[in-house]
Design a protein around this ligand. Structure first.
Ligand SMILES: [Zn+2]
Length: 306
């Protein structure tokens, strides 16, 4: 199955579940995508192979006191306090069946309700982590806004035609103060060169920070957090919760930072670009350099093809 078919089949499945449960498809999509992402980022969980990404351990599915961890009988599973239910009506609750998996998660959420506030309460009780709830609600807003699952394309953060340069400096000692390692790639360019969103995402943070100056943080649908710092300013109307797409103007290159709000010019203008990954427990910085190179190449290729 090619990726487009996978997206089509997945969306059809979400809408089928929505039709029976009244839980909006973009909530189901957001949880499913969140779990797929953490499974790809963690070694203690098997990778997602089916259409769905939501993971249930055998114990959770069948019930911790169930003598048979491979139980597929919905009646005994319920008796032993397992989560698993039969979603496709074949009389069996199968842990690796896509419809059974989605029905099981939705069945849990339906205890709380299908509106936004109750969905959030359900998520909190399921994951017990504020950040996870925030990330899932962000993904839901993105899916709802675009109305589709295919949101994979990227853009380079500054226009290809601009005069810019960058090299791999992630992990270096910081050039301008601070004790931590350099958590990003610096793209040198002139003042007010446009800075654009690199992926589909939602603005998670915007404002001033002593080191980063005017900065903005965008969460994409793969649990990646993209951090843009030292901006000269922000594009109008952007606020926390705004949805962005690749290439959308978010601000300008500057040299803000290293002082109280408004401080600028303490170093040459550049965009500090950082990437962070969340795995459901913790978040860490990784080197964005290879991604930047790739997005630059992809954008160049797209322009040539036009
Ligand atoms: Zn930097």
């Amino acid at each position: 199955m090619n990726q487009e078919n996978i997206y089509n089949n997945r969306l059809a499945l979400y809408k089928k579940v929505e039709a029976v449960s009244q839980l909006p498809w973009y909530y189901i999509a957001a949880v499913d995508q969140y779990e797929r992402n953490i499974r790809s980022a963690r070694r203690d969980l098997p990778k997602a192979n089916g259409l769905t990404g939501i993971y249930f351990s055998k114990e959770k599915w069948s019930g911790i006191i169930n003598p048979d961890y491979d139980d597929t009988n919905p009646i005994t599973i319920e008796l032993f306090g397992g989560f698993g239910i039969d979603g496709n009506g074949d009389g069996k609750a199968e842990r690796l069946n896509d419809e059974d998996v989605l029905a099981t998660f939705v069945d849990y959420i339906l205890q709380y309700g299908v509106d936004k506030d109750n969905f959030k309460i359900g998520l909190w009780n399921y994951y017990k982590r504020d950040k996870t709830v925030g990330i899932i609600m962000g993904k839901a807003a993105i899916y709802r806004h675009f109305g589709r699952l295919n949101l994979d394309s990227h853009a380079f953060p500054v226009p290809l035609s601009s005069n810019h340069s960058y090299r791999s400096t992630w992990g270096d000692a910081r050039g301008w103060g601070g004790k931590r390692i350099h958590e990003g790639t610096d793209i040198f360019a002139d003042y007010s060169v446009p800075v654009r969103a690199t992926s589909y995402g939602i603005i998670e943070m915007k404002g001033w920070n002593r080191y980063g100056g005017w900065r903005i943080g965008i969460r994409d649908i793969n649990n990646n957090y993209h951090y843009f710092a030292h901006l000269s300013g922000f594009s109008k109307d952007l606020k926390v919760g705004s949805i962005v797409e690749p290439g959308m103007l978010i601000g300008g290159v500057g040299s803000s930072g290293y002082g109280p709000p408004g401080t600028s010019g303490k170093f040459p203008p550049h965009l500090h670009y950082g990437m962070y990954k969340d795995n459901g427990y913790t978040e860490w910085s990784f080197d964005p350099y290879a991604h930047l190179r790739l997005w630059e190449q992809q954008e160049r290729l797209r322009r040539q093809q036009k």
